[in-house]
Design a protein around this ligand. Sequence first.
Ligand SMILES: Nc1ncnc2c1ncn2[C@@H]1O[C@H](COP(=O)(O)OP(=O)(O)O)[C@@H](O)[C@H]1O
Ligand SMILES: [Mg+2]
Length: 487
Amino acid sequence: MAFKINLLQLKEHGSVAEIRQDVVNVIGLTNCMNGQMVTIGESSRGVIVGFDADYVLVLLVKQTGAIKPGDKVTTTIDEFQVPVGDAFTGRIINALGEPIDGNGPIKETRRWPIFNIAPTVLERVPLDDVLQTGVKMVDMTLPVGKGQRMLILGDRMTGKTSVGLDAMINQKNEGVICIYSCIGKSEAALNKVIEVFNTHNIWEYGIIVAATAADPMGQQYLSPYVAASVGEYFTHEKNMDVLLVFDDFTKHAWAYRQISLLLERAPGRDAYPGDIFYIHSQLVERAGKMKEERGGGSMTHLPIVETLEGDFAGYIPSNIISMTDGQIYLNASLFGEGFKPAIDMGLSVSRIGSKVQWPAMKKQSSMLKMDYIRHKELEKMTRIKAGVSEAVEERLQKGRCLEELLKQNENEPVPLQEQVMILHALEKGFLQGTAPRDVSRKLSAFVAQVKNRRPEIVQSLIDTKTMTEEIKEALDEQLSQFSDTAV
Ligand SMILES: Nc1ncnc2c1ncn2[C@@H]1O[C@H](COP(=O)(O)OP(=O)(O)O)[C@@H](O)[C@H]1O
Ligand SMILES: [Mg+2]
């Protein structure tokens, strides 16, 4: 007679030998493996993070009561999984997949391993579709493809979180599930994000996975994995597009460093453990676009990294720069000058390039980056010289208008079709002779006029993504009819 073992029900028991802050040394577990979940005592939870000569090392994830030597430790022989499902949209969960928003239990569809292996290259396809962030400078010059990993980096208070949130606001009606992974941020910072979720009702298609600085180190370490798992359910099971913002990996690296020091692992560069590169690459590897046979879903990652005084060559920033497909660098001095979003075009790049861009946008924006960078150079050169010639002054003025065109308030993403209209107007000399302070108002008025008088043209632009003759003619006509008195 066949003898069937149900591994999921196979349990093993051990006991606590020693406790050092967030790490518990356990004896008596002989069949366990890394990444496995254990229950300590009544209901405290931990995850196995390593072994030494005598002990199994368990990182505390949730402590529900005092833990003392001799307490029973139970493990089921299976990897660490969290509940996932459709009902998670609109909710805030912790690193164990438990609701923490006070809105009651969440119906789980299934369980998902938190250290899931990323899909192989053979299961993926090259990126060909754009993820519209609504941040003009990103969509115009640093396009993000669905399935791309795009790093957002910069000093504190330079608008990093805002870029991530703008991209989420812009997914309304786009059918993209948005997940915000809060890692080691302050309670206040998390509340600000929740506020944006409330105001713009991101909850309809959004989820927050939160581990704040006040949560156990174990949760701060695990929370991005859990966020990725919650997302993978939508990407792989529902074949949907997912946008995942990790805010931020610097704090994640700190949490991991602290844990490693507690585990007495040999510290490496900057006291980070040697496998910190692996830790982060394993996470961002989970982004990608699946091929049709695998459902065609995608997961886009926007990891955030905080730099110290602009030092993007530091250990953690340079690691993550090397494992992503581009970076959006936010510059504190640009921010200080009032150029917001403070994206430094010279230091930002998207390695996916214009491949994913709308044809209409590709043509329009190809010169933009060069024009802008040339303007910044000219500005730098003329700053030291007093009087400049009339021709140079005219060029400067034009550059300033371009800067104004690129500026944007936070929480006000601009749809791609409107960006195309703006660029078309720019190309046709719409801003000639306009004072920089009038640029934003004038452009909004033009966009409003087109939307108002030719809504079918706007729709046609969305549908074709191309600057057809018909659209071009209609836009030109609207430009010629535009009168400043209407502003
Ligand atoms: N485009 C913008 N326009 C105006 N203010 C902005 C813009 N982006 C961000 N801010 C403001 O700048 C501050 C820092 O933004 P935040 O996104 O929290 O930065 P970081 O995440 O880099 O610390 C916030 O007060 C935010 O409201
Ligand atoms: Mg932030």
